[in-house]
Design a protein around this ligand. Structure first.
Ligand code: F0G
Length: 466
């Protein structure tokens, strides 16, 4: 792995700089654009000329090598990110890699969710099965390894909870000090507990996520801290690797469609970069469509597309129970737009009730996920209903977070305490009965086997009737 093999290129004005020359806010000084990491062999989807073919890694050799590394006992080979390190040469010395053996996440089939959405075949790549329970680990191992190699002492992020959990864990592994900015009272407890457990300086700011980003952006220009939000393009190098792993799991058969949740809007573009690079290298013959789904209460990209055709972002005051994606002014919206356009995907939104129903349906298949991840299934249903996805197309949902990240949401849902009566009265009878069939509130009984038996019989009668 050699740092000299990569550069950063501004996504707006195309200026190229050395990785080490980037400023502390990861924005182009000339035009404020974000950067992409580029390699001599890479072609990213904005019309750049591919490098000469002689520099391209050989696809069969790569496939073989990536498989071989699975049997190795070396930490960087066991990592589901660094196993693909040939396509992310961002660290000069492999000894600087900070890994918790991230990646290697399962691909599950969801036959009942497929039926509910009206398609034949549905898979979920569960990124919640990463070491800290979210997809952020794949990006954090990459960017934090760069921070360690560049000898930073402090790392920081603003977060809705998952980035902070991941950063705190990887910083602790590397012996770096970490500062987390989270919106007070607006993140799930499981996530808050993680950053404390991993020893971060956790600062709850009396603002929302967008306010936390503002404060941190100012801070990094005044104090030598390495910024680990997804504006840091090295994060996305890690987050592109689930695309490689997915294709490997599908024996290199490209699905028609991949669906991701949208918050700060970096992940869709990271996966698009992964698919595009594989296409360019001849590992796959085409690129799947990538669609991005937002919560209705945090839908700036959706609104931007509806109201301005993607010309400008329409920031919103975000509000959704899917707190991970409670973001009104997403940094990477232009990158997300590029991913939609180059892959031919769509942006949809899902209501609070649709998100809750989808989450319960994924849970009922024994898989489970956090609310933000469930927007993917809710969005899929809409895209099928609109005729944008057809029954026989193969769709993969990216489940971004583990169900235990936000158990309050799940418990409130099953106890029927998630929504107000007014909210419940807004949905039709069919939706009400779907919810009722999925809700499994706990039953409190005396410790008496006769009573338990009677409850069981009553339960069986009820479920036979249903
Ligand atoms: N799903 C989950 C579980 C998330 O935590 C996030 C983002 C997203 C989806 C959206 O991904 O931002 O790349 O569009 N969480 C961030 C955080 C912002 O701070 O943990 P995105």
């Amino acid at each position: 792995m050699k740092v000299a093999t990569h550069q950063l290129r501004c996504t707006e004005c195309g200026t190229r700089i050395a990785g080490s020359a980037v400023n502390s806010i990861f924005r182009c000084p000339a035009c404020n654009g974000l950067y992409d990491v580029i390699y001599p062999w890479s072609s990213i989807p904005n019309g750049d000329t591919p490098a000469s073919d002689s520099k391209l890694p050989n696809p069969s050799a790569l496939r073989w090598l990536w498989q071989e590394r699975r049997t190795s006992t070396m930490p960087i080979d066991q990592s589901g990110v660094w196993r693909f390190r040939d396509l992310l040469p961002i660290v000069e010395n492999p000894e600087n890699v900070v890994t918790l053996r991230e990646g290697n996440t399962p691909l599950y089939d969801l036959p009942r969710c497929a039926k509910a959405a009206g398609i034949d075949w549905l898979l979920a790549k569960h990124q919640g099965m990463n070491p800290t329970g979210s997809f952020k680990d794949t990006g954090m191992t990459a960017a934090l390894s760069v921070a360690a190699e560049r000898k930073f002492e402090w790392v920081a992020c603003a977060s809705t909870g998952n980035t902070s959990a991941a950063m705190a864990a990887y910083a602790a592994r590397a012996g770096l000090r970490s500062i987390v900015f989270i919106p007070e009272g607006k993140i799930a407890w499981g996530k808050l507990s993680q950053s404390m457990d991993y020893g971060a300086l956790t600062i709850q700011l009396k603002t929302d996520f967008d306010g936390c980003v503002r404060i941190l952006t100012d801070l990094v220009t005044r104090f030598p801290i390495y910024l680990l939000n997804s504006v840091n393009p090295y994060r996305l190098e890690g987050q592109k690797t689930p695309a490689f792993e997915l294709l490997e799991q599908l024996e290199w058969q490209v699905p028609e469609h991949v669906i991701v949740p949208g918050g700060n809007l970096a992940n869709g573009s990271a996966l698009a970069k992964g698919f595009t690079e594989m296409h360019h290298l001849g590992l796959i013959p085409r690129i799947p469509r990538i669609s991005i789904i937002q919560a209705e209460g945090a839908n700036p990209l959706y609104r931007s597309l509806q109201e301005t055709g993607g010309q400008e972002l329409i920031p919103v005051k975000a509000n959704t129970r899917a707190t991970a994606i409670r973001i009104g002014n997403p940094a990477s919206w232009r990158k997300a737009l590029r991913a939609l356009r180059t892959t031919g995907g769509w942006c949809e939104q899902a209501s609070e009730q649709e998100i809750a129903l989808a989450k319960a349906q994924i849970g009922a298949e024994g898989v489970g996920c956090e609310p933000a991840s469930a927007v993917t299934l809710a969005g899929l249903k809409k895209l099928v209903a609109q005729g944008k996805i057809t029954r026989e197309e193969r769709v993969v949902l990216i489940l971004t977070g583990h169900t235990l990240k936000d158990s309050d949401f799940t418990i409130n849902y099953h106890r029927n305490e998630l929504f107000t009566e007014a909210e419940n009265s807004q949905i039709d009878a069919a939706q009400q009965s779907q919810h009722a069939a999925l809700r499994k509130p706990p039953v409190v009984l005396e410790a008496d086997s006769d009573i338990v038996l009677r409850e069981l019989e009553a339960h069986m009668r009820l479920t036979q009737l249903a």
